[in-house]
Write a protein that binds this ligand. Structure first.
Ligand code: PLP
Length: 225
């Protein structure tokens, strides 16, 4: 894999859009992450807290680490010192735990709420009702050490580009609705995380601000994540 070249190509595709690249480095060794770093990439996404923590300790300190995978509440404490954005908050309980650990570290941690937009049963995420329940909760204002800055979603794994576009459109609609409706000092709506290697071009057209791209940069992964 020519990592530098891959990043240049993707960055080129993002030109003229509002989207930034999150380089998804899960399962990849530090040497390859450094190659991307030396090509100018500073934002990396991981889906396991332990792996992200180990990498953050070994790699340059100006890397922005994003958690994109399902989060176990009892592990939030390990990343609370350094994580810069959690894309995958999918419950009120998790939001509260992130707030608690952020408070302990005297930080405010940015979070995205993960929505279920795919047809598959297996993908994590909130329904629209569950999203509104969180945003309308009076207790939200007590959580002064988190900031909710947008939404994340994963489209169905399918060749049907029309289906993928429909799902991204629906996520973008929800994002825009919320943007015009909810205002609080811990809601600052500005990020819409959608698009992966196979569908980031569609996601950009539908308004993504963060594309999470792994295999198109680093090559395919050896085991399934
Ligand atoms: C692995 C992963 C990605 C990147 O997937 P690729 O198809 O390799 O680009 C994006 N988002 C999430 C949530 C992931 O787990």
């Amino acid at each position: 894999m020519d990592i530098k070249n891959n990043i240049a190509e993707i960055t080129n595709t993002l030109q003229g859009s509002n989207a930034r690249l999150v380089a998804v480095s899960k399962t990849k060794p530090n040497e390859l992450i450094l190659e991307a770093y030396n090509a100018g990439q500073r934002v990396f996404g991981e889906n396991k807290i332990q792996e992200m923590t180990d990498k953050s300790e070994a790699l340059p300190k100006d890397i922005e680490w994003h958690m994109i995978g399902h989060v176990q509440r009892n592990k939030v404490k390990y990343m609370a010192t350094f994580v810069s954005l959690i894309h995958s908050v999918d419950s009120w309980k998790l939001l509260k735990e992130v707030n608690k650990q952020a408070l302990k570290n005297d930080r405010v941690i940015d979070c995205l709420l993960q929505m279920h937009i795919a047809e598959e049963e297996t993908k994590f995420g909130l329904s629209k009702d569950e999203l509104l329940e969180i945003l309308e909760s009076p207790e939200l204002l007590d959580l002064q050490n988190i900031r909710i800055i947008g939404l994340m979603g994963m489209a169905t794994f399918t060749e049907d580009k029309g289906q993928i576009r429909k799902e991204f459109k629906s996520l973008a609609n929800t994002y825009n609705e919320v943007k015009s409706t909810y205002h609080a000092d811990n809601i600052e709506w500005k990020e819409l995380s959608m698009g992966m290697s196979g569908d980031y071009d569609i996601a950009i057209e539908e308004g993504s601000t963060l594309v999470r791209v792994g295999s198109s940069i680093f090559g395919s992964r050896n085991y399934n994540n």
